[in-house]
Write a protein that binds this ligand. Structure first.
Ligand code: GSH
Length: 194
């Protein structure tokens, strides 16, 4: 497999997932300043011209959530997703999509100070999204109890990014969850931590 990568991009989330899978992969460095992600060769892999992108033989996968879903299925023995027919599967798929369709844009709005109508734009406020994450975490330690899944990678990586921007969630339960995630050997590394 090949991961098209820049350390200053969401590709670090895909890399976390690959490492949790114990996957063998090559990194293809992409220089965003040189706009290597807009070349015809890269657009043939990700037509949106964004990182990350993964190539696995003839398969090309773009969008971080899709990459995580793909890898969880490719490495079933790592148990990074509830089994296909398990009752938890529906909640897992919902949280995977929620992370990218609601939590991420809500967090982006909060960081950028964007104001628009949560009812019509398709995602809630960041505070409401934090309520959802807290509720879904339950007693933890992960979103699916003792089972660490790709949903923890997708949701957790957003709160890790928040810390990189020098902010905390403002919710004790989420902050402790992020501490647990950061303690995993393959988690995204905060600057200054090895
Ligand atoms: N929803 C997409 C977002 C991808 C994205 O916006 N990637 C950024 C880097 S974090 C990028 O490639 N930006 C460069 C550009 O759009 O020109 C995903 O999760 O894959």
């Amino acid at each position: 497999m090949k991961l098209y990568f820049n350390p200053q991009s969401r590709a670090v989330t895909a890399q976390w997932m690959l490492d949790e899978c114990g996957a063998q992969y090559d990194i293809v460095p992409i220089d965003l300043r040189k706009r290597e992600h807009k070349t015809p060769a890269f657009l043939a892999i990700n037509p949106a011209g964004k990182l990350p992108a993964l190539v696995d033989g003839r398969a090309r996968i773009f969008e971080t959530a899709a990459i995580c879903l793909y890898l969880a299925e490719k490495f079933p023995l790592k148990r990074l997703a509830p089994a296909a027919h398990a009752s938890a599967r529906g909640r897992y798929l919902s949280l995977m999509v929620y992370s990218t369709a609601q939590l991420e844009p809500a967090m982006g709005d909060a960081l950028l100070g964007v104001r628009s109508s949560p009812a019509s734009r398709g995602w809630t406020t960041f505070e409401q999204a934090k309520d959802v994450v807290e509720r879904e975490l339950g007693y933890g330690p992960y979103l699916f109890g003792a089972q660490f899944t790709a949903a923890d990678i997708m949701i957790g990586s957003l709160f890790i990014w928040l810390r990189m921007w020098g902010r905390r969630s403002g919710r004790e339960k989420i902050d402790h969850y992020v501490d647990r995630l950061l303690a995993r050997p393959h988690a995204i590394k905060l600057p200054g931590h090895s």
